[in-house]
Design a protein around this ligand. Structure first.
Ligand SMILES: [Mg+2]
Length: 330
């Protein structure tokens, strides 16, 4: 059987929570990504992090042993610059809030990044650790005077070694409070700009998005009609999968699922099975059989049953404690 990745001509790969966690590589990620390249399947690394340039991101991936180059990295700064380039004339002066990755992305689309607000007709707001109140204030004044306003991404928080920190979305909201409205455009996931840019660059006609978040990676791909692989090495938990109202087509323990054949999950008469793992719908609840199959296949069977029930009878409720018990037994 062919590995899952071979069913597609391009892989859109999220980074944090998929390829690495902070500065630590997800075990096997480099081998998997290099193997996919050997299959002839293209890869694009899509990240909502706007502060770093594609060259900086590619260097980090290279140091992890992943064969790649900057043209395979697509950032929300690039997507935001692309969105902005469709709203203002070529050569316009753009006031930059955020890191160097934003200046580079603007120049690449023929716009002029400025750190002085005089004469700027638009604001591109992204994250950078050196942002000060006065930058947010200058952006607010420009927007109140009619400047176009695009945000690279709307993530409210992001994890750091010391804990959860305010993300770009929180700083965008600070400006929104001052100007009384939301941005005119958004570059990063879940808006379609970032993934569309990556698909165009790969010239892909059948892409798969690999991500660790249901609200950005899976939701964004779903809106574009792209298949998704949700991995459990980042933000999303098994409980999130149960509660989700958006279906990830494939579920994997990690990115390494890409390089493995994906098992067939069959649902018949309120009974799902997936390579020895079973889930049944009984007395109004989905129950996962504690024995038989691997944990991930039990999850796949239960999820397949959930969506089958939602489509056929409109209900899907998991027995309380069932999944936690299952995890503890594994
Ligand atoms: Mg992620």
């Amino acid at each position: 059987m062919k590995p899952l990745a071979a069913q597609f001509d391009g892989i859109l790969c999220d980074l944090d929570g998929v390829v690495y966690r902070g500065s630590v590589e997800v075990p096997g990620a480099a081998e998997t990504l290099n193997a996919i390249r050997e299959l002839g399947v293209k890869c694009a690394y899509v990240t909502n992090n706007a502060s770093r340039t594609p060259a900086e991101v590619a260097l980090q991936l290279h140091q992890m042993g992943i064969h790649t180059n900057p043209s395979e990295v697509v950032t929300s700064a690039q997507a935001g610059a692309q969105v902005l380039s469709e709203l203002v004339p070529l050569g316009s002066k753009i006031y930059v809030v955020g890191g160097n990755g934003i200046d580079v992305a603007l120049r690449d689309v023929g716009l002029n990044p400025e750190r002085n607000p005089a004469g700027c007709v638009a604001v591109l707001q992204g994250f950078g650790p050196a942002i000060e109140w006065r930058h947010l204030a200058e952006a607010s004044y420009l927007i109140q005077d009619g400047a176009v306003w695009v945000a690279t991404n709307s993530d409210l928080t992001f994890p750091t070694e010391k804990g959860i920190a305010p993300g770009n979305g929180s700083l965008v909201q600070a400006v929104a409070h001052a100007v009384g409205r939301e941005p005119d455009g958004l570059g990063g996931k879940p808006s379609p700009a970032l993934m569309t840019l990556a698909i165009t660059r790969m010239d892909s006609h059948k892409a798969l998005m690999v991500g660790d978040r249901l609200d950005t990676d899976v939701a964004g791909a779903h809106d574009l009609g792209i298949a998704t692989l949700l991995v459990l090495t980042g933000v999303a938990t098994i409980e999130d999968v149960w509660r989700s109202e958006i279906r990830a087509i494939y579920l994997g323990e990690s990115i390494n699922t890409l390089n493995e054949p994906y098992p067939l999950c069959l649902v018949e008469n309120h009974h799902a099975h997936c390579e020895g793992a079973q889930a049944v719908f009984h007395t109004g609840e989905i129950r996962v059989m504690a024995s038989g199959g691997t944990l991930i296949n039990r999850l796949r069977a239960a999820d397949a049953l959930k969506w089958d029930l939602l489509n056929s009878v409109g209900i899907a409720r998991f027995a309380s404690g069932e999944i936690a018990l299952d995890l503890n037994n594994n």
